[in-house]
Ligand binder design. Structure first.
Ligand SMILES: Nc1nc2c(ncn2[C@@H]2O[C@H](COP(=O)(O)OP(=O)(O)OP(=O)(O)O)[C@@H](O)[C@H]2O)c(=O)[nH]1
Ligand SMILES: [Mg+2]
Length: 317
């Protein structure tokens, strides 16, 4: 059988629920991961298709239990809504440090591998955020056509990815746990500002109560806990999950039109970033060729800065 790479053919195979739709969806997701140009083509093609009702971002300190929690959420979701479809996107930082964690994620989620109502996709962040977030948006829209009601985007809490999750998710949950390093460090890093909800995991641990109280206190000092729910859960023991779903549902109960507006605004921002980054890339190439002459001319007064900029833009045409 011929394997098409044509975006509209692939999308149509999914819409018509053809047998090949899972392979086509995988192909579209790979295209989205490969380049912003292809992602935009996918987003354009799928602009009339439904997006997942819920796009939930999960981020937080490494080792706080995000992956185990995402796995538990899949199981709980499938149990509550047997006919609904759920997707998970795990954004890997692709560093040697977390290599083990990535493998761990795959193994932990393997139990859902044969469930046709669960889609799991790992994408590599390769230290970049801009391209990844647009690509993630492309993957989310493919999951929408596959019928996903909810998509969870899990990002490891290192580098800039934890902030970038805000650009693709409607709601961001920050996961924290006792024994995961300095909490104040985390607070200072500005992580609290992006959280719509705080999940304090590992409630089964003996040092949990103290940690929970400390954190609630810190959050209220920041004026966060009044507006944003703080939940105690144990991914290990499967406790607190129903409160978690309750909070998520409540958050998404607002008028769907408002979601559409904020999603559109976020998408415009992501495309703007893609334009900047493409522009920067091309400019860098041109600059590399001309740099020495240009710098010399500017330094020696042969050319002004603005003339240099204009001549570079001319070269880009
Ligand atoms: N006691 C206890 N351990 C937990 C709980 N949730 C997760 N863990 C353990 O914490 C460790 C890290 O869990 P992960 O789910 O890999 O954490 P993560 O946040 O995805 O980690 P990274 O992907 O590396 O950022 C594992 O050993 C889990 O078994 C919990 O509720 N209680
Ligand atoms: Mg993980």
């Amino acid at each position: 059988m011929a394997c098409s790479n044509d975006v509209s053919t692939l999308a149509e195979e999914i819409r018509l629920r053809k047998k090949t739709r899972f392979r086509s969806a995988g192909r579209l997701m790979s295209l989205a991961e490969e380049s912003p140009e292809q992602t935009i083509e996918i987003l354009r093609e799928l602009s009339g298709d439904p997006l997942p009702r819920i796009i939930l971002g999960i981020t937080g300190a490494p080792g706080s239990g995000k992956s185990l929690l995402a796995g538990r959420m899949i199981a709980a979701f499938r149990e509550c809504y047997p006919d609904k479809v759920i997707g998970v996107i795990a954004v890997d930082p692709s560093s040697s440090i977390s290599g083990g964690a990535i493998l761990g994620d795959r193994i932990r989620m393997m139990q859902h591998a044969s469930d046709p109502n669960v889609f799991i996709r790992s994408i590599a962040s390769r230290g970049q955020t801009g391209g990844v977030t647009l690509g993630t948006m492309g993957i989310i829209s493919v999951m929408g056509v596959l019928g996903c009601d909810m998509v969870i985007v899990e990002t490891v809490g290192v580098g800039q990815m934890e902030f970038a999750v805000k650009e693709v998710a409607d709601m961001v949950a920050i996961v924290m746990a006792p024994g995961q390093g300095d909490t104040m460090q985390f607070l200072k890093a500005g992580m609290m500002e992006i959280g719509d909800m705080f999940i304090i995991n590992k409630a089964d641990r003996s040092d949990f109560s103290q940690f929970f109280a400390q954190l609630k206190n810190a959050l209220s000092l920041l004026g966060r806990s009044a507006k944003n729910p703080v939940l105690a859960v144990s991914a290990r023991d499967n406790t607190g999950l129903s409160e978690l779903f309750f909070v998520v549902e409540k958050f998404f109960a607002r008028d769907h039109l408002l979601w559409e507006i904020s999603r559109k605004e976020r998408l415009e921002l992501l495309i703007q970033r893609a334009i900047f980054s493409e522009f920067q890339k091309r400019l860098k190439n041109v600059l590399e060729e001309k740099e020495q002459d240009l710098l010399k001319n500017i330094l020696e007064g042969g050319t002004s800065l603005s003339f240099a900029v204009e001549s570079l833009i001319e070269k880009l045409k």
